[in-house]
Design a protein around this ligand. Sequence first.
Ligand SMILES: [Zn+2]
Length: 102
Amino acid sequence: MSTGRVIQPCKAGCGQEIQLVVIIPTRLVPGTERKRIPLDLTFDPADGLPPSHAMNFGRTRCRPITPDHPIEDHEVPAITHFATCPARSARTPVSTATEGTP
Ligand SMILES: [Zn+2]
């Protein structure tokens, strides 16, 4: 049953759905609880942002991308929703809500 993948609306209230994926830390600390981090459901490198995390092919786990551990061919690039969430960034407020309104 447990796929390790949870999809839910962003808690910051931006209206986007995000997936919570178990993150595998670079260093494993025995006894540490597995954490999940929010990743964008879609990642498009054409947006100009570099991926922050690498998911396994089944998209059930991820790990941080670091200079020592760049993304590999069998991994899926992803970006944490923290980097793209419009509700978290006061500098780039979402203005599309009123677009098209006379
Ligand atoms: Zn958000």
